[in-house]
Design a protein around this ligand. Structure first.
Ligand code: ZN
Length: 442
């Protein structure tokens, strides 16, 4: 769904009194009268639904933003009539002191209130029975403090939580199935949701790579929001009773948004990781507000980019097994059979990731051929004569650095893994010193 919002600009107009007068006397009535009388504005032109009510009105005053009285940027309601048409919603905000000051951030924020009835996602410090100020959603949403990014010239987008609430997202991806997903930056029509058993509580995942409207965010990567439509961003406590309605789960576990007023910093978003990033036992965790395990596990996050891949699942429990062996086996010279060394993996499961290290002392690396054989008999050649005349061979390989290892993904890991080492040329000789396997499985 798209919202197209077009404004007609009228003015400038000079009001009858000095600016300070309008701190306690809302300027809307006087400014609107001038617009109607001197600029021939016909309010009926701005009644898209034909209900005798003006859709939206915004007033911008010259000078710096004054955080005082009626000049404090705000959205509210005023009923003024002109014939048989009346006003309703309006916003007010500043233009700045000079052309260079003009920015869209606050205008966009107040328009968010006016057009979509978005609530604020920052923490006022004195609402909903809470008197402590925190950062709420900080700079991560237009409706929090994100309207001020880049001096208000590149305000943050509206976060997934609010976009979803008002029905902007006509595509929903449910993350409860154990699978690999891809979050696309700027795909504002899609919401990625992990459901809990409670209708009001859920988790949302969004790509907040530093580009486009996110260019000036304090961090880059994957955002995970813990949402409760019955919560309030006044409540930074994180308790079953008092918690945010939309909390950014800050990857660094520092809870800075809850405890400070910095608005965000590096480490808030999830960066690339092979293993588990978020689960019921990580810090921070993915538990529901009442402390129960939501089942949300996020792992295997790709690097921050326009598309970020990640894994999730209701029951996914990544496990890691590591075995190191001191083989200390001489490698027979010029011998097709070679030697075998085995590492037996005890637990059962299917392979998610593998890292293999091999240390061989040898006087001529080019003689060597090294293969890893899975319990199923599947073979991946790790080394085949590369390096020629160099001494010794030290391998440290994983599927990211050495793509043939992708062959092992999904393999049943239980049983003996064989390292097959052969010296295929005469004269130079060597020894298999050590080798190790680190296997992530599920
Ligand atoms: Zn606001």
């Amino acid at each position: 769904m798209n919202t197209n919002y077009t404004n007609t600009v009228v003015g400038p107009v000079r009001l009858s009194r000095k600016q300070s007068h309008y701190i306690n006397n809302l300027l809307v009535r006087e400014a609107l009268e001038i617009a109607i009388n001197d600029f021939n504005v016909n309010l009926a032109d701005y009644d898209s639904r034909g209900r005798g009510v003006v859709d939206a009105l915004s007033f911008m005053y010259a000078g710096r933003t004054l955080y005082a009285g009626d000049l404090w940027p705000h959205n509210s309601v005023i009923r003024l009539s002109d014939g048989n048409i009346r006003t309703h919603f309006y916003t007010i905000q500043s233009l700045g002191r000079h052309r260079i000051d003009l920015s869209i951030g606050t205008f966009a924020h107040e328009s968010g209130h006016m057009l979509c009835r978005f609530s604020d996602l920052y923490d006022y410090g004195k609402r909903d029975g809470d008197f402590e100020k925190s950062s709420g959603l900080g700079q991560y949403c237009l409706m929090s403090w994100g309207d001020h990014l880049n001096g208000g010239k590149t305000p943050a987008p509206i976060c997934a939580y609010l976009r979803d609430l008002i029905g902007w997202c006509d595509q929903e991806i449910i993350l409860n199935n154990h699978d690999v997903y891809e979050a696309e930056h700027g795909d504002y029509r899609t919401v990625m949701r992990f459901l809990t058993g409670k209708y009001n509580e859920y988790f949302l995942v969004e790509n907040r790579h530093q580009e486009g409207l996110d260019k000036h965010l304090p961090d880059t990567g994957l955002a995970v929001y813990h949402c409760d439509t019955r919560g309030s961003n006044e409540h930074q406590d994180g308790t079953p009773e008092n918690h945010y309605q939309c909390a950014l789960i800050q990857a660094d576990g520092h809870f800075d948004l809850e405890s400070s007023q910095r608005g965000g910093d590096e480490g808030d978003l999830y960066a690339s990781i092979h293993g588990i990033a978020l689960s019921d036992v990580t810090v921070p965790n993915s538990n529901e507000w009442d402390g129960s395990d939501s089942g949300l596990v996020i792992s295997g996050i790709g690097p921050s980019a326009s598309k970020i891949a990640f894994r999730t699942g209701a029951t996914l429990e990544d496990k890691i097994v590591h075995k190191n062996i001191v083989a200390d086996q001489l490698i027979p010279d010029d011998d097709e059979a070679g030697i075998e060394s085995s590492i037996t993996i005890d637990p059962a499961g299917s392979l998610v990731n593998i890292r293999v290290k091999v240390q061989i002392s040898h006087t001529y690396r080019g003689d060597l051929n090294v293969q890893l054989v899975a319990p199923s008999g599947k073979i991946v050649t790790l080394h085949s004569g590369q390096g020629g005349t160099l001494d010794n061979l030290a391998l440290d390989l994983d599927p990211q650095s050495f793509s043939p290892l992708n062959e092992f993904k999904g393999e049943a890991i239980q049983g003996p893994w064989l390292l097959h080492v052969r010296d295929l040329w005469q004269y130079d000789v060597g020894r298999l010193d050590t080798w190790s396997l680190t296997i992530e499985y599920e």
